[in-house]
Design a protein around this ligand. Structure first.
Ligand code: NCD
Length: 353
């Protein structure tokens, strides 16, 4: 059996840079675990985008639907989602169903032996014995990574997909965001050289963090971080961007940015991470996409949002052809199908269909 790279302890592993951890998330040079955006390179992103488009095409006919369903028939996935989620949960479930994978789910640990004092690590390891894939959403940063590391040490490692880890990362959302950008700019020179604004709670928004990590793979992009001072992008990511020579600017003037960028990525305030209701005191009103902005928004600029939204984008904007957030949702399902198929080495079958 092919081996997943082993040989370091957790402490040494923790000190590695994201790009250095990559080897531990692959198997025979192919993707195995999906944990953090730093593990992906441009070649992989281009392949996932091309393959997702192929999958969408295949799914349009009955024969294609049956083909996709046959790809991973008999495989089982566990959706371990212990932080509130319905859209990502259902997106993964739909992706599994499209590929013929059966799903089991854990949503609430109060009915599990964790109540008997079992560690979460032991719980997940036990459940992983019943399945071929673990998809995991957790309130703690780094938890999915620890499980992937732990399973690598066992005789039966199964792939782990991080479906959102605390304030830290949400790599599959970032992949679907890349696919959405890729589709939107396909006839306009691609993602290279584009100016992308991130608006809102950039400090605690994991979707933004993961997407920013992916964007370093594109030439000449420029990022704008539009946020109240208290919620500005973390120093760790800004440092990363400087090292990667990605240009960025911090500002609080949304109106000015809206008229000059290629994509505006809105986010909601992540107040579930408040320690003492501190975000109640932040004036978020300047970080909403006002209806009037549609007039100054360039004709090919797109509006994105990972959803769920609050008041950052009024519903009147939904009908504008530049509003891309409902497309993002649908793209997400196809990207997850593509990703899971690739993890199980079915990418070749899809390419040849
Ligand atoms: C995001 C998340 O969970 O981080 N939602 C999602 O997965 N689409 C964004 C959010 O909750 O604000």
């Amino acid at each position: 059996m092919a081996k997943v790279k082993k040989g370091v302890d957790w402490e040494t592993f923790g000190k590695l840079r994201g790009s250095e951890k990559r080897a531990y998330f692959t198997r025979d040079g192919n993707i195995f675990h999906v944990i953090m955006s730093q593990q992906f390179d441009r070649k992989f992103l281009d392949e996932i985008c091309a393959l997702a488009t192929k999958v969408r095409g295949i799914s349009k006919g009955n024969k294609g639907v049956l083909f996709l369903q046959s790809l991973l028939q008999g495989k089982r996935a566990m959706l371990y989602f212990v932080q509130p989620s319905t859209r990502t949960f259902l997106s993964f479930m739909a992706a599994c169903q499209i590929l013929g994978i059966h799903c089991s789910e854990v949503r609430d640990t109060s009915t599990s032996s964790e109540m008997k004092g079992e560690s979460q690590e032991d719980t997940v390891r036990t459940f992983s014995s019943y399945v071929d894939l673990v998809v995991m959403r957790h309130y703690e940063a780094g938890f999915a990574e620890r499980i992937a590391f732990l399973l690598n040490q066992t005789s039966r490692p199964v792939p782990v997909i991080n479906a959102g880890s605390g304030k830290d990362q949400h790599p599959t959302q970032a992949l679907l965001d890349i696919y959405t950008l890729h589709r939107s700019f396909e006839n306009y020179g691609g993602i290279d050289g584009k100016r992308i604004a991130f608006v809102g709670d950039l400090k605690r928004g994991r979707t933004v963090r993961s997407l920013v990590y992916l964007l370093r793979n594109y030439e000449g992009v420029k990022l704008y971080f539009v946020a109240p001072q208290e919620l500005q992008m973390g120093d760790d990511l800004k440092q990363y961007l400087r090292e990667q020579k990605v240009r960025f600017e911090e500002t609080d003037n949304l109106e000015e940015v809206v008229s000059s960028v290629d994509a505006v990525y809105m986010t909601r305030i992540q107040d579930e991470y408040d320690e003492a209701g501190e975000s109640k005191h932040i004036d978020y009103s300047a970080y909403r996409f006002k209806k009037e902005y549609l007039k100054i928004l360039p004709p090919n600029t797109i509006i994105m949002h990972p959803l769920p939204r609050r008041e950052e984008i009024p519903v009147e904007i939904d009908d504008d052809k530049r509003a891309m957030y409902w497309r993002q949702v649908r793209n997400g399902m196809w990207v997850r199908v593509t990703l899971i198929a690739t993890i199980f080495r079915k990418d070749k079958d899809i390419k040849e269909y």
